[in-house]
Structure formats: C-alpha cells, structure tokens
Design a protein around this ligand. Sequence first.
Ligand code: PMP
Length: 410
Amino acid sequence: MEKVIQNIDVKTIREAFPILHQQVNGKPLIYFDNAATNQKPISVIQSINDYYSRDNANIHRGNHSLADRSTANFEETRSAIQQFIKAKEADEIIFTSGTTESINLVASTYGRATINKGDEIIISGMEHHSNIVPWQLLCEEKGAILKVIPVTEIGEIDFDQFRELLSTKTKIVSIVYASNSLGSINPIKAIIEEAHQFGAVVLIDGAQASAHLEIDVVSLDCDFFALSAHKMYGPTGVGILYGKRDLLEAMPPYKGGGEMIKEVSFIKTTYNDIPYKFEAGTPNIADVIAFKKAIEFINDIGKEAIAHHENELLVYATEKIKQIDRVKIIGEAKEKVSVLSFVIDGIHHFDIGQMMDAKGIAVRTGHHCTQPLMHQFGIEGTVRASFSIYNTKAEIDEMIVSLEKIITIL
Ligand code: PMP
C-alpha cells in the first residue's frame, strides 16, 4: 500500500479537472475551498452530458429502452455506494439531495415517530447548522431536550462530558464524523458504542469524511449515515442516507408522492418497500448516475492515498502558517482532515478572503455554518483553507506569500 501512496501523480490528476486550468483575476486559480465543495473530474462532467444526450428518460416506471437504461444506471450508483460504505444491502441506501436532507429525513420520520416529551437528543458543539436545526425543530415540537457535547480548546469533543450526558433518556445521538470548520475527526466508533449501551440510535454526519476516510457502516454499527456527493468529486444536489433495514422499515414515509407508494386509494394508501418508500417524485437522475463516476474516481486513486496526500498538505501548510506573525489556528485536534482554519489578529477574515481572491486564491471566510462553535472560540468566523487531491505544496507556498503581503499592508 505504501508504494501506491508514494506514487500519486498530482500533475496527471489535475489534468482530469478542467476547472483548475483557468486564470482568476489574472492569476492561475488556486482552489482551497474544498470543504465547501470540491471540483469535478471530467468523467463526472461527461456522465451528465452523456445522460442528457443519450439516455434521458424517467426511471422505474417506463417500459422502453431509454427508461430501462436510465433505471439500470441509477440503480448501479446505489450498488456502488453500498460497496463504498460497506452496507449490507443496496436497499439501505436512500437517495436524497444531500446531507441536509438526509438529516431532516431522519428527524422528521424516525424522530417524529419515536421522540416524546422529556426525551433527550445529543449533538456536539462542533455541528454544522444542518445537524443542529432539524433537532431543535423536533425538540420544540415534542418537548424534548437537546444536549450538547462540549468542545475542548483544541477542537476535540470532550468524551468524558459526553459520557456524563448519556442516560436512558437519550434517544438519539447525532454527531459529525469530521468537522467542516476545524477539521477535527471525532472518535465515532467509541461514541456509537457508548450511545448503544443506553439504547440510543446514532446518526453520523459524514459530509466531510466521505472523500477521505474509510467508511464501514457495519463495523461502525451506526444506525444512520449521511453524506453529500458534491464533497466527494460528485455533483451537487445528490446525497444519501444510509439506515439499518429494520429502522427504515419501521419509519413512516418522509414525502408523499409518486414512487413511494404500493397502492393509492382515497380510503387507504399503502407504501412501497425501502428504499423507494423514501424516494417520492422524480429524483435527480443525471446527477445520481454521475455520482457513480465520482466514486470510481475515489476508488481508482484509493482513499488511503488521498488521505495521505491531503494530510501531507495539511501538515506542510500548518507548519508554514504558524511562522507568520499574528496568525492563530482555530482547531488543532490530534486527528484532522485537511482543513486549516485561522484568524489573523487585527484583520477581518472577509478582507483576507477578498485579498486572496485578487491573487486567484479561493478560500472560504465566515462562520462555515457553525455559529455556536465560532461563539465558543469568541470569534465571528475564520479563514478556511481546505485541501484536496489536486492541490500542491507550491500552491500552499503561494498562499503563504500572499498572507505575508496582506499582513504588511493591513
Ligand atoms: N455537515 C457538514 C459537516 C458539512 O460540512 C456540510 C456542508 N458544508 C453539511 C453537513 C451539509 O451538507 P449539504 O449542504 O451538502 O447538505
């Protein structure tokens, strides 16, 4: 494996990404906004083009060749994801519009059906808004209580405090695998084990983890797992919810409409089997099909090799940025994905972002949809540089030069 890891050819990989070969504000684009969404290889782009130029037809209900072809391709992505996250069955994979919808689906179906007054739901202090607000809505509706695992100064969840929060009142634990603002990787296996001892179900928000970390939902024994294709070199508007069969079968439907039914009458409607019970309406067919190409892209390089390259970039950038005066890194967990968040004393993060953009460098600035976490650190937001398989140390050098200049000007 080590040999494969050393053989990553970033130059060739970059050639597969047309978007990278452009000038922005007169400078070669340096794309460091990968935690928001990463770029798409030509195989993904071509797949969308092929679908609309050759195969376009609505799926599942057709009895003509194009419909058969589209259905087969659509279902192939389901199988590819099943293998990717090592689920037992393809039927446990539900297509959604992304992580946000997947979490909302669980909150509004499983949550509504099982949560009662006084029950407790645990999340952590580093959650994305999409793993906070659906639970707040549910708690408001049901009179349940939302508990929050504190985050330490270096950006790790406080595991002892998590243990303290758990009780027989805990019904759901919903936690992020890797933080989009800090990069911290959470010990989700241990979290799942602890939560299960109290009979709680666990949802893992895998949005930031799925392009870099091995996922094995069976060995993790998580009850639900959510991810978004667009953070995995795939299209926007597509994601999945994994759920254990028995849970999905017991859950009421999410949206009503075509495809999710067995039989409709004005007296009584019966619902389809999983996964279709949760897939009402015409889905995002072209993008689901293209998602398979993104998975193939990751598999061809290998997650271990991707993680290795990105970690090298993270370590390199962290060391370099630490040498710059007035810079403070936000989030120094021992285990991190390639997210480098920082602030510069006396300079607003928006100004830094704008000045970097003038140099063709795309970073994200702001609260990264984690406002409670920003409040904990006593800041409004950070500058976030996040690295992907196609980034290089030379690009990081450019960012460092640019930051040094910004500091001398402002
Ligand atoms: N959770 C995390 C950790 C994220 O980073 C994001 C996207 N920034 C989401 C959830 C929401 O994902 P999406 O917008 O694709 O639904």
